[in-house]
Design a protein around this ligand. Structure first.
Ligand SMILES: Cc1cc2nc3c(=O)[nH]c(=O)nc-3n(C[C@H](O)[C@H](O)[C@H](O)COP(=O)(O)OP(=O)(O)OC[C@H]3O[C@@H](n4cnc5c(N)ncnc54)[C@H](O)[C@@H]3O)c2cc1C
Length: 346
């Protein structure tokens, strides 16, 4: 179905894959770099380049980074009016560039800003957006992007296509794809663009204060750690979570939880792993009292080694583990703590 209000597009006018590269406090978001890796795979199937799009102020130091991670080109706008992130100005910038260069695909990291910006851009370009994809592929014949995302509570995977519109836009949560290796010997083109019709700011920026939830563990965020110990409802309360936090500390990792645990307030929501939480791909995931509901599994099944302790031998989590223990999480955790403390003493 084509909306009669929208002009027809000629798909052949659109070529190339763009990744909107987000930066914050002088640092590029990991999720954007991961998309560059995926975009390269898709670009090879379509025979096109990967272009990173950067918008902001004082970008000089960051401009080569997307190229080191695999982009062929960076198109950027460095403008005083973009010194502060304001969604309608940033979106207008991306839209102006897209109207000029006509990419066939634009990918966004589904960070807080990406989730705001991507639909803004899609709507202005009169195209669709598939948010929170868990897989992406392309059909080299039709050049349609296969945008895969869980739906109906995670019970099915929807394959969404945008056969009549261009560009095709999708967002992907950080850590769904691995970060490609950084290679400083890579060369690429930097293209500076000036914007003609940036809209007037609709408000005055008064400064920002980051909103952080209280997190007493002092441990790194779940997406940033190579070892994640995860508390499920089976740990039965904050005492259980505390025990697992001690284990995470001794292992040099961090603590996460299922939705039931964060809903109960035993951990902050920033530590929830799963479809509506964070995606992790650590070297080691240890689930304690986690049943293994599909919505949780979506956020952890790319972990390299999965270990679970559950008192129910039929718990679905055992379908995903490398090592499974049928037993009481408390007994196992206490034994592990003792072992690790002994080792530390030696
Ligand atoms: C739209 C939607 C989105 C969702 N998003 C997420 C999400 O992002 N993340 C997420 O985690 N969930 C999510 N959920 C919820 C999900 O469906 C499950 O309800 C949730 O993951 C279950 O959490 P749990 O494993 O901690 O609890 P339960 O399913 O209650 O499992 C507890 C487990 O602990 C075991 N157990 C009990 N006592 C012990 C013991 N002493 N020792 C060892 N094991 C014990 C039990 O056998 C059981 O398997 C979502 C649901 C919906 C509908």
């Amino acid at each position: 179905m084509v909306c009669p209000e929208w002009n027809q597009v000629n798909k052949d006018d659109y070529r190339g894959i763009w990744v909107y590269v987000e930066h914050f406090n002088g640092k590029i978001s990991e999720g954007s770099l991961q998309l560059i890796g995926k975009a390269k795979e898709l670009a090879a199937k379509l025979g096109v380049d990967v272009t990173a799009i950067m918008v902001g102020k004082d970008l000089d130091k960051l401009l080569m980074e997307p190229i080191y991670y695999g982009a062929d080109k960076v198109i950027y706008v460095d403008d005083d009016r973009l010194s502060v992130y304001l969604p309608h100005l940033y979106a207008a910038s991306v839209v102006e560039l897209a109207n000029k260069y006509k990419p066939e695909i634009i990918l966004f990291a589904a960070t807080k800003r990406g989730r705001e910006l991507a639909p803004y851009v899609a709507n202005t370009l009169r195209s669709g957006i598939t948010a929170d994809c868990t897989a992406l592929d392309v059909d080299p014949k039709t050049r349609d992007l296969d945008q895969v995302r869980p739906t109906y509570g995670g019970n099915i995977l929807a394959h969404i296509r945008t056969p009549t519109r261009r560009p095709q836009l999708a967002s992907v949560r950080p850590n769904v794809f691995p970060t490609p290796p950084r290679d400083e010997s890579r060369k690429g083109e930097l293209v500076k663009e000036k914007l003609s019709k940036l809209p007037e700011p609709r408000g005055r920026y008064l400064g920002s204060k980051s909103i952080t939830e209280e997190d007493e563990s002092g441990l790194p965020p779940v997406e940033k750690s190579d070892i994640v110990v995860v508390a499920g409802k089976g740990v039965n309360g904050v005492e259980g979570v505390k025990l697992l936090t001690d284990l995470a500390k001794l292992l040099g990792g961090t603590i996460g939880g299922t939705k039931k645990v964060t809903d109960a307030g035993w951990l902050p929501t920033s530590r929830q792993i799963g479809q509506t939480g964070r995606t992790v791909r650590p070297a080691l995931y240890i689930g304690m009292g986690v049943s293994g509901a599909i919505q949780h599994v979506f956020g952890m099944n790319e972990s390299k080694i999965i270990v679970a302790v559950n008192s129910d031998p039929n718990a679905p989590i055992f379908n995903y583990v490398d090592y499974g223990v049928v037993g009481d999480y408390k007994q196992v955790t206490e034994a592990l703590l003792e072992l690790l403390r002994e080792r530390k003493k030696q």
